[in-house]
Design a protein around this ligand. Structure first.
Ligand code: FE2
Ligand code: FE2
Length: 310
Protein backbone atom coordinates (compact mmCIF):
# COMPACT_ATOMS: atom_id res chain seq x y z
CA UNK A 1 0.00 0.00 0.00
CA UNK A 2 1.56 3.34 -1.02
CA UNK A 3 2.43 5.77 1.71
CA UNK A 4 0.21 8.94 1.86
CA UNK A 5 1.62 12.04 3.39
CA UNK A 6 -0.37 13.58 6.27
CA UNK A 7 -0.97 16.90 4.36
CA UNK A 8 -2.20 14.99 1.27
CA UNK A 9 -4.58 13.00 3.45
CA UNK A 10 -5.95 16.24 4.91
CA UNK A 11 -6.27 17.71 1.37
CA UNK A 12 -8.30 14.69 0.24
CA UNK A 13 -10.59 15.00 3.30
CA UNK A 14 -11.15 18.70 2.47
CA UNK A 15 -12.04 17.87 -1.15
CA UNK A 16 -14.46 15.16 -0.02
CA UNK A 17 -16.12 17.52 2.44
CA UNK A 18 -16.49 20.26 -0.22
CA UNK A 19 -17.80 17.69 -2.68
CA UNK A 20 -20.47 16.53 -0.18
CA UNK A 21 -21.47 20.16 0.43
CA UNK A 22 -21.79 20.82 -3.34
CA UNK A 23 -23.86 17.64 -3.73
CA UNK A 24 -26.14 18.84 -0.96
CA UNK A 25 -26.48 22.30 -2.59
CA UNK A 26 -27.23 20.69 -5.98
CA UNK A 27 -29.99 18.54 -4.42
CA UNK A 28 -31.52 21.65 -2.82
CA UNK A 29 -31.41 23.55 -6.14
CA UNK A 30 -33.02 20.60 -7.96
CA UNK A 31 -35.86 20.46 -5.44
CA UNK A 32 -36.36 24.25 -5.66
CA UNK A 33 -36.44 23.97 -9.48
CA UNK A 34 -39.10 21.22 -9.31
CA UNK A 35 -41.24 23.43 -7.07
CA UNK A 36 -40.94 26.33 -9.55
CA UNK A 37 -41.78 24.03 -12.48
CA UNK A 38 -44.90 22.88 -10.65
CA UNK A 39 -45.85 26.49 -9.93
CA UNK A 40 -45.47 27.51 -13.57
CA UNK A 41 -47.41 24.51 -14.78
CA UNK A 42 -45.56 23.28 -17.82
CA UNK A 43 -41.90 22.21 -17.61
CA UNK A 44 -40.66 25.52 -16.24
CA UNK A 45 -41.50 27.49 -19.39
CA UNK A 46 -42.49 31.12 -18.83
CA UNK A 47 -46.27 31.72 -18.77
CA UNK A 48 -47.91 32.23 -22.16
CA UNK A 49 -48.98 35.70 -23.21
CA UNK A 50 -52.60 36.38 -22.19
CA UNK A 51 -54.35 36.75 -25.54
CA UNK A 52 -57.24 38.67 -23.95
CA UNK A 53 -54.97 41.25 -22.32
CA UNK A 54 -52.69 41.43 -25.36
CA UNK A 55 -55.61 42.12 -27.72
CA UNK A 56 -54.75 39.11 -29.88
CA UNK A 57 -58.25 37.63 -30.12
CA UNK A 58 -59.66 37.23 -33.63
CA UNK A 59 -63.24 37.90 -32.39
CA UNK A 60 -62.35 41.49 -31.41
CA UNK A 61 -61.34 42.51 -34.94
CA UNK A 62 -63.75 44.69 -36.98
CA UNK A 63 -64.00 42.02 -39.71
CA UNK A 64 -65.32 39.53 -37.12
CA UNK A 65 -68.46 41.55 -36.38
CA UNK A 66 -70.45 40.32 -39.39
CA UNK A 67 -71.52 37.06 -37.70
CA UNK A 68 -72.23 37.47 -34.01
CA UNK A 69 -73.85 34.83 -31.79
CA UNK A 70 -75.38 35.84 -28.45
CA UNK A 71 -75.85 33.11 -25.84
CA UNK A 72 -77.86 33.92 -22.75
CA UNK A 73 -78.85 32.48 -19.41
CA UNK A 74 -77.53 28.94 -19.53
CA UNK A 75 -77.69 28.80 -15.72
CA UNK A 76 -75.36 25.77 -15.74
CA UNK A 77 -75.52 23.17 -14.35
CA UNK A 78 -79.29 23.72 -14.50
CA UNK A 79 -79.17 24.28 -18.27
CA UNK A 80 -81.39 22.55 -20.82
CA UNK A 81 -80.12 19.02 -21.60
CA UNK A 82 -79.85 19.84 -25.32
CA UNK A 83 -78.44 23.37 -24.99
CA UNK A 84 -74.87 22.44 -25.93
CA UNK A 85 -75.97 20.30 -28.90
CA UNK A 86 -78.16 23.19 -30.10
CA UNK A 87 -75.25 25.64 -29.84
CA UNK A 88 -72.90 23.23 -31.63
CA UNK A 89 -75.44 22.87 -34.45
CA UNK A 90 -75.83 26.65 -34.77
CA UNK A 91 -72.07 27.10 -34.92
CA UNK A 92 -71.75 24.37 -37.56
CA UNK A 93 -74.39 26.10 -39.70
CA UNK A 94 -73.41 29.77 -39.34
CA UNK A 95 -69.67 29.70 -38.42
CA UNK A 96 -70.02 32.70 -36.08
CA UNK A 97 -66.89 34.82 -35.83
CA UNK A 98 -67.75 36.56 -32.55
CA UNK A 99 -69.57 34.95 -29.63
CA UNK A 100 -70.99 36.93 -26.73
CA UNK A 101 -72.37 35.25 -23.64
CA UNK A 102 -74.67 37.83 -22.14
CA UNK A 103 -74.61 36.41 -18.62
CA UNK A 104 -76.02 33.97 -16.07
CA UNK A 105 -73.65 31.39 -17.53
CA UNK A 106 -73.67 29.69 -14.11
CA UNK A 107 -76.66 29.60 -11.77
CA UNK A 108 -74.88 29.53 -8.37
CA UNK A 109 -78.21 28.51 -6.81
CA UNK A 110 -76.50 27.38 -3.61
CA UNK A 111 -74.87 30.80 -3.20
CA UNK A 112 -78.10 32.71 -3.78
CA UNK A 113 -79.43 35.35 -1.41
CA UNK A 114 -82.81 33.59 -1.75
CA UNK A 115 -83.73 30.33 -0.04
CA UNK A 116 -81.64 27.31 -1.10
CA UNK A 117 -83.44 24.18 -2.21
CA UNK A 118 -82.11 21.32 -0.02
CA UNK A 119 -82.73 18.87 -2.87
CA UNK A 120 -80.26 20.64 -5.16
CA UNK A 121 -76.44 20.46 -5.23
CA UNK A 122 -74.14 21.95 -2.58
CA UNK A 123 -72.26 25.11 -3.62
CA UNK A 124 -69.05 23.16 -4.26
CA UNK A 125 -70.64 20.39 -6.29
CA UNK A 126 -72.77 22.84 -8.25
CA UNK A 127 -69.65 24.75 -9.29
CA UNK A 128 -67.89 21.47 -10.14
CA UNK A 129 -70.76 20.43 -12.43
CA UNK A 130 -71.21 23.94 -13.89
CA UNK A 131 -67.51 24.19 -14.74
CA UNK A 132 -67.73 20.97 -16.75
CA UNK A 133 -70.50 22.52 -18.88
CA UNK A 134 -68.46 25.66 -19.57
CA UNK A 135 -65.37 23.57 -20.41
CA UNK A 136 -67.48 21.81 -23.04
CA UNK A 137 -68.75 25.15 -24.33
CA UNK A 138 -65.18 26.41 -24.63
CA UNK A 139 -64.33 23.53 -26.97
CA UNK A 140 -66.84 24.92 -29.49
CA UNK A 141 -66.22 28.59 -28.72
CA UNK A 142 -62.57 29.09 -27.69
CA UNK A 143 -63.02 32.88 -27.86
CA UNK A 144 -65.93 34.42 -25.98
CA UNK A 145 -66.82 37.69 -24.25
CA UNK A 146 -68.99 37.21 -21.18
CA UNK A 147 -71.07 39.97 -19.65
CA UNK A 148 -71.31 40.52 -15.91
CA UNK A 149 -74.69 39.35 -14.56
CA UNK A 150 -76.69 38.88 -11.37
CA UNK A 151 -76.17 35.08 -11.22
CA UNK A 152 -72.68 34.97 -12.76
CA UNK A 153 -71.39 37.48 -10.21
CA UNK A 154 -72.91 35.84 -7.12
CA UNK A 155 -69.55 34.68 -5.73
CA UNK A 156 -68.24 38.26 -5.85
CA UNK A 157 -71.43 39.71 -4.37
CA UNK A 158 -71.34 37.15 -1.56
CA UNK A 159 -67.67 37.90 -0.90
CA UNK A 160 -68.51 41.59 -0.57
CA UNK A 161 -71.41 40.80 1.78
CA UNK A 162 -68.97 38.75 3.86
CA UNK A 163 -66.50 41.64 4.00
CA UNK A 164 -63.85 40.00 1.78
CA UNK A 165 -61.40 42.36 0.00
CA UNK A 166 -61.59 41.71 -3.77
CA UNK A 167 -57.88 40.80 -3.77
CA UNK A 168 -58.73 37.61 -1.88
CA UNK A 169 -61.21 36.38 -4.48
CA UNK A 170 -60.10 34.61 -7.68
CA UNK A 171 -61.05 36.16 -11.06
CA UNK A 172 -63.89 34.70 -13.16
CA UNK A 173 -61.56 32.90 -15.53
CA UNK A 174 -59.64 31.13 -12.76
CA UNK A 175 -62.85 30.24 -10.89
CA UNK A 176 -64.10 28.45 -13.99
CA UNK A 177 -61.00 27.08 -15.69
CA UNK A 178 -58.19 26.74 -13.13
CA UNK A 179 -57.27 23.81 -10.92
CA UNK A 180 -55.89 24.55 -7.46
CA UNK A 181 -52.88 22.52 -6.23
CA UNK A 182 -52.03 21.59 -2.66
CA UNK A 183 -50.13 24.87 -2.23
CA UNK A 184 -53.12 26.94 -3.44
CA UNK A 185 -51.49 27.74 -6.80
CA UNK A 186 -53.92 28.14 -9.70
CA UNK A 187 -53.18 26.64 -13.11
CA UNK A 188 -55.55 26.87 -16.08
CA UNK A 189 -53.33 24.75 -18.37
CA UNK A 190 -54.38 26.95 -21.29
CA UNK A 191 -58.12 26.54 -20.72
CA UNK A 192 -60.15 29.73 -21.02
CA UNK A 193 -57.30 31.67 -22.66
CA UNK A 194 -59.76 33.31 -25.08
CA UNK A 195 -62.58 34.05 -22.60
CA UNK A 196 -62.93 37.53 -21.16
CA UNK A 197 -65.50 39.00 -18.76
CA UNK A 198 -66.66 42.62 -18.87
CA UNK A 199 -69.49 44.76 -17.40
CA UNK A 200 -70.89 45.51 -20.85
CA UNK A 201 -69.73 45.61 -24.44
CA UNK A 202 -70.27 48.15 -27.20
CA UNK A 203 -69.58 47.05 -30.78
CA UNK A 204 -69.89 48.54 -34.24
CA UNK A 205 -71.46 46.07 -36.65
CA UNK A 206 -71.78 46.20 -40.46
CA UNK A 207 -74.72 48.08 -42.04
CA UNK A 208 -75.70 49.80 -38.78
CA UNK A 209 -75.06 53.53 -38.30
CA UNK A 210 -75.47 53.14 -34.53
CA UNK A 211 -73.39 50.87 -32.28
CA UNK A 212 -74.81 47.90 -30.36
CA UNK A 213 -74.64 47.70 -26.56
CA UNK A 214 -74.59 44.21 -25.02
CA UNK A 215 -75.72 44.20 -21.40
CA UNK A 216 -77.18 41.51 -19.14
CA UNK A 217 -80.60 43.02 -18.43
CA UNK A 218 -81.86 46.58 -18.34
CA UNK A 219 -85.62 46.81 -18.91
CA UNK A 220 -88.42 44.28 -19.38
CA UNK A 221 -89.47 46.15 -22.51
CA UNK A 222 -86.23 46.37 -24.44
CA UNK A 223 -87.43 49.55 -26.19
CA UNK A 224 -87.03 51.34 -22.85
CA UNK A 225 -83.42 50.14 -22.75
CA UNK A 226 -82.90 51.54 -26.28
CA UNK A 227 -84.37 54.90 -25.17
CA UNK A 228 -82.14 55.01 -22.11
CA UNK A 229 -78.88 53.96 -23.73
CA UNK A 230 -79.37 55.61 -27.16
CA UNK A 231 -77.82 52.70 -29.05
CA UNK A 232 -79.12 49.40 -30.36
CA UNK A 233 -79.33 47.06 -27.36
CA UNK A 234 -78.97 43.32 -26.83
CA UNK A 235 -80.00 42.01 -23.42
CA UNK A 236 -80.69 38.72 -21.65
CA UNK A 237 -81.96 38.09 -18.10
CA UNK A 238 -85.68 38.13 -18.96
CA UNK A 239 -86.13 34.38 -19.49
CA UNK A 240 -89.69 34.57 -20.77
CA UNK A 241 -88.81 36.90 -23.64
CA UNK A 242 -87.16 36.32 -26.97
CA UNK A 243 -87.98 39.27 -29.18
CA UNK A 244 -86.72 42.11 -31.35
CA UNK A 245 -88.34 45.54 -31.11
CA UNK A 246 -87.66 48.44 -33.48
CA UNK A 247 -87.83 52.12 -32.56
CA UNK A 248 -87.83 54.77 -35.31
CA UNK A 249 -87.21 58.48 -34.77
CA UNK A 250 -86.22 61.45 -36.99
CA UNK A 251 -82.62 60.33 -36.40
CA UNK A 252 -83.11 56.84 -37.81
CA UNK A 253 -84.00 53.36 -36.63
CA UNK A 254 -82.73 51.69 -33.48
CA UNK A 255 -83.57 48.20 -32.30
CA UNK A 256 -83.45 46.18 -29.13
CA UNK A 257 -83.27 42.40 -28.76
CA UNK A 258 -84.04 40.24 -25.71
CA UNK A 259 -82.29 36.96 -26.36
CA UNK A 260 -84.24 34.33 -24.38
CA UNK A 261 -82.45 31.61 -22.41
CA UNK A 262 -81.20 28.01 -22.49
CA UNK A 263 -82.15 26.83 -19.02
CA UNK A 264 -83.97 23.68 -17.89
CA UNK A 265 -87.47 24.78 -16.93
CA UNK A 266 -88.06 21.46 -15.13
CA UNK A 267 -85.19 22.03 -12.67
CA UNK A 268 -86.02 22.82 -9.06
CA UNK A 269 -83.62 25.78 -9.40
CA UNK A 270 -86.44 27.64 -11.20
CA UNK A 271 -89.35 26.53 -9.04
CA UNK A 272 -89.62 30.13 -7.76
CA UNK A 273 -91.52 31.07 -10.95
CA UNK A 274 -93.62 27.91 -11.32
CA UNK A 275 -96.88 29.74 -10.62
CA UNK A 276 -96.66 32.24 -13.48
CA UNK A 277 -98.07 31.17 -16.86
CA UNK A 278 -95.24 32.65 -18.94
CA UNK A 279 -92.57 30.00 -19.46
CA UNK A 280 -88.94 30.51 -20.55
CA UNK A 281 -88.33 31.14 -24.24
CA UNK A 282 -85.49 28.84 -25.26
CA UNK A 283 -83.45 30.65 -27.87
CA UNK A 284 -80.23 32.43 -28.77
CA UNK A 285 -79.69 35.76 -30.45
CA UNK A 286 -77.52 36.72 -33.36
CA UNK A 287 -76.53 39.68 -35.50
CA UNK A 288 -75.75 38.72 -39.08
CA UNK A 289 -74.44 41.51 -41.33
CA UNK A 290 -75.98 44.00 -38.89
CA UNK A 291 -79.43 42.38 -38.82
CA UNK A 292 -80.64 41.12 -35.41
CA UNK A 293 -82.04 37.58 -35.28
CA UNK A 294 -83.59 35.21 -32.79
CA UNK A 295 -82.68 31.52 -33.13
CA UNK A 296 -85.46 29.57 -31.35
CA UNK A 297 -84.67 26.15 -29.92
CA UNK A 298 -87.87 24.34 -30.83
CA UNK A 299 -88.93 21.63 -28.37
CA UNK A 300 -91.09 18.53 -28.82
CA UNK A 301 -93.87 17.52 -26.45
CA UNK A 302 -91.34 15.78 -24.18
CA UNK A 303 -89.42 19.04 -23.85
CA UNK A 304 -86.43 17.88 -25.93
CA UNK A 305 -84.91 19.81 -28.82
CA UNK A 306 -86.46 18.81 -32.16
CA UNK A 307 -83.02 19.06 -33.88
CA UNK A 308 -84.38 21.79 -36.13
CA UNK A 309 -81.55 24.28 -36.67
CA UNK A 310 -83.15 27.69 -37.31
FE1 FE2 B 1 -81.05 34.39 -15.92
FE1 FE2 C 1 -80.07 37.44 -14.86
Amino acid sequence: MPYIKKEDFQKQRDIETRFALLENQLANLKSENEKLKKKRGKAGRPPKKDICEAGMRVCDRPEAQGKILVISDLHAPYHHKDALDFLNALQAKYQFTNVINIGDELDYHALSYHENDPDLYSAGYELHEGRKVLWELEKTFPEMTLIDSNHGSLAYRKAKTGGMPHHLVVPYRDAIFAEKDAYGNLDRQGRGDGWRWTDRLVLNVPNQPHPVTFIHGVQTDVRNAVRRIHTNVVQGHYHTQGDIRYEATYNGVLWGMTVGCLLDDTSRAFSYNKMIPQRPVLSCGGIIDGVPRIFPMLLDTAGRWTKVVP
